[in-house]
Design a protein around this ligand. Structure first.
Ligand code: MG
Length: 174
């Protein structure tokens, strides 16, 4: 009999956090959606704070190395890279570990622009990327009240994974 220690957990939770500074003259990408704004998020890649936090939440759930270890900012290969590349690698690792995503919940913290009018588009895009239903992607947006971070965007993400049952024995004949 396998002990609890040997058994793979049926669910795993992951948490990811990221922050990027607003900079003029670059496009603003959040959750793979380009939003109209006078500033974008700086960073070595495209600065998509939400996709970075989702990527780290997925990697954390399976105790894999984090986004910075897998895609070091010191590597010129990732300069201006689309963040969905990082997300795809995390998804592959989750699948290889034998898990599927149950749901994702995210909170964005930023002074502007307002996320409400873009929430459906962002949730739809993220759901497409993750291969899950749109109603399994939660998205809230808050302003950084009292944080003195009006030129920064923060993202907090929690993800729940569930084990993919593999059939080890052929079905019994009746
Ligand atoms: Mg980042």
């Amino acid at each position: 009999m396998p002990t609890t220690k040997d058994r793979r957990p049926t669910t795993r939770i992951g948490y990811g956090f990221d922050s990027h500074e607003f900079q003029p003259g670059i496009p603003l990408k959040i959750g793979g959606v380009t939003l109209k704004h006078d500033k974008g998020l700086g960073g070595h890649s495209d600065g998509d704070v939400l996709l970075h936090a989702i990527t780290d939440a997925l990697l954390g759930a399976i105790a894999a190395p984090d986004i910075g270890a897998l895609f070091p900012p010191s590597d010129p290969k990732w300069k201006g890279a689309e963040s969905v590349i990082f997300l795809r690698e995390a998804l592959k690792r989750v699948r290889d570990a034998g898990y599927a995503i149950a749901n994702v919940d995210a909170s964005l913290v930023l002074a502007a622009p307002k996320i409400g009018p873009h929430s459906a588009a962002i949730r739809t895009r993220v759901a497409e990327f993750l291969g899950i239903r749109c109603d399994c992607v939660g998205l809230k947006a808050k302003t950084p009240e009292g944080l003195n971070l009006d030129n920064t965007a923060l993202a907090h993400v929690v993800v729940l994974l569930e084990i993919v049952k593999v059939q080890t024995k052929p079905p019994r004949k009746k």
